[in-house]
Design a protein around this ligand. Structure first.
Ligand code: MN
Length: 175
């Protein structure tokens, strides 16, 4: 099963386990019913920001949607028309309350994140390039080797003003 097929099947399974209709899921996630239906049928893949809304509404870690299946290599979430590519550095583990992602943001790209669920703390460490990070209305610029910890349950944005992709790691701590 490829990553988008896995994501589709996981969304449907989590929604049905809760007994939610697509309409109820749209209300809980802030993602439209039409879009949720397309994702479940694997007709379109969500952006990173949309998948975060879905994870938050379902109250599950982001990484539950990303599994490599039978392929030996790590899954890479590289949605169509998205400037943000996410690769989990470790498989999802229910016992550990964190995810660690390797993320690449394209030149000129901005990704706006709605608040993750209450108590989520993010730690961003830049590996290569320069990242602008907006938390609670303040923009800060991080260079390679610099990091920032912030409340992931408030709206925040990632931006790359450079000419090269910026590569950073994001550690998400779940309450
Ligand atoms: Mn975030």
């Amino acid at each position: 099963m490829d990553i988008t097929a896995y994501l589709s099947a996981t969304l449907r399974a989590l929604r049905q386990a809760r007994g939610w209709s697509l309409t109820q899921t749209a209300e809980k996630t802030g993602v439209s019913k039409a879009m949720l239906g397309q994702i479940e049928r694997n007709e379109s893949s969500p952006t990173v920001a949309t998948l975060w809304k879905i994870a938050t509404g379902l109250n599950v870690p982001f990484s539950v949607f990303l599994e490599a299946g039978e392929q030996p290599e790590r899954p890479v979430f590289d949605p169509q028309d998205s400037d943000m590519i996410v690769e989990p550095l470790f498989p999802h583990d229910e016992q550990l309350r964190f995810d660690l992602f390797s993320i690449k943001l394209a030149p000129g790209a901005i990704s706006e994140s709605s608040p993750h669920y209450s108590g989520v703390v993010e730690h961003v460490i830049v590996i290569d390039g320069q990242l602008d990070l907006q938390t609670q209305g303040n923009w800060q610029t991080l260079k390679a080797g610099e990091g920032l910890r912030f409340a992931g349950d408030k709206a925040h944005s990632y931006r790359n003003r450079g000419a090269e992709p910026v590569h950073f790691h994001s550690l998400i701590h779940y309450p």
